[in-house]
Design a protein around this ligand. Sequence first.
Ligand code: URA
Length: 191
Amino acid sequence: ASSIEIASLDNWEAIETAIQACTACELSQNCTRKVPGTGNRQADLLIVGEGPGHDEDLRGEPFVGRSGQLLDRMLAAIGFSRDQVYITNIVKCRPPSNRDPRPEEALQCRAYLDAQIALLAPKVILSAGRVSAHNLLGSNLPVGKLIKQMHQLPGTDIPVKVTYHPAYLLRNPSAKAIAWQDMKLIYRMLQ
Ligand code: URA
């Protein structure tokens, strides 16, 4: 279980402060800036990525690099701007050389994500990519399988739509057609 004091994470300031002070795993030793999350704290849509990359680490904000620009275009396609949604990641500190977060790192950081989800109470979660989907759903199935049906965040009734990570879409543009269907589904769910 996480060593983070979960009970006190009952407001956004407490979450931010705790993340900024966090030393629960070694990712905290090597990052430039913590990346707690950004956007609208009343949002219906929560987007959960993997972890900060190079640009996010420098800025302290999620999805601001090339992946983020594509994410912005995906949101714009259904009439959303990034400040209408809430955006965060499985881990709030950049893994060195962009390696996958380790299971114990994701587990430590989970208290923050759970606190963010509890405060936000989103109508739907868009889970971007394998690391996000596997951690949120507790599954090991490939994204290509998970993407085919709706899921629920375990222990809640919050629907989770898995989609391809923008970084994957940049490498595999042919997958954009499926991601576009996912965005349209999200749009309908939020009507
Ligand atoms: N990729 C992610 O998963 N998250 C970010 O914040 C940026 C890139």
